[in-house]
Design a protein around this ligand. Sequence first.
Ligand code: URA
Length: 240
Amino acid sequence: MIERLQKYLAEAGVASRRKSEEFIFSGRVSVNGDVVSEPGFKVDSEKDIVEFDGKRVFAEKEHIYIAFHKPEGCVTTVKDQFGRKTVLDYFGDIDRRIYPVGRLDYDTSGLIIMTDDGELTYALTHPKHNIDKVYIAKVDKIPAKEKIAEFEKGLIIDGYKTKTAPAKLTVVKKYKNSASLEIVIHEGRNRQVRKMCGAIGCNVLKLKRIAVGNIELGNIKKGEYRFLSEQEILYLKNGI
Ligand code: URA
């Protein structure tokens, strides 16, 4: 992570950012052995050695951001009143309080972002946030063209007066009595994809989320995860 020296010092608990600037001006801070007296100086927190009064200081680790392939059969809450498996059961090796960004149903698999960054979680799950989510739904019928048009324009679900926002539905594969659909929505109503499919007469047999905005599930195996790249983190943060 590249950041300004005073921010690094503040995160390392040396002093506030303002006070850290003063320390930098007064020549008490060095980077890789050289005194740096310019506060805007950029350091790479993963590589550079930062010293204050001759002692190495370490910035608190940044937040962590993870792409997780949620399997079916677990809940995306942190605790479950029925004692079912939760997404956190897959992170025994991570010593942080992370939580899922948004939700997937118990019987839905696919991509869910996990983080300890509460600010980002709040922003990304806020209804005004328009990030596209892409799903593959296996349904028990091949939807007719007019039904696809209705789906894409917006439907009444749950008896709400407002229709769902415009969405995209592409038939990816047709089978004899079923189909695979790619569905893109940006709202996050409860069981929205299942209900929207139901509203055009299709039952969802299987549902998997394959992308959240630019973040893709790719080849992460079920129950496994990867850390997001710096670029992916910036992408999420810039969108909020
Ligand atoms: N829509 C659904 O119906 N279920 C999910 O898990 C996510 C979106």
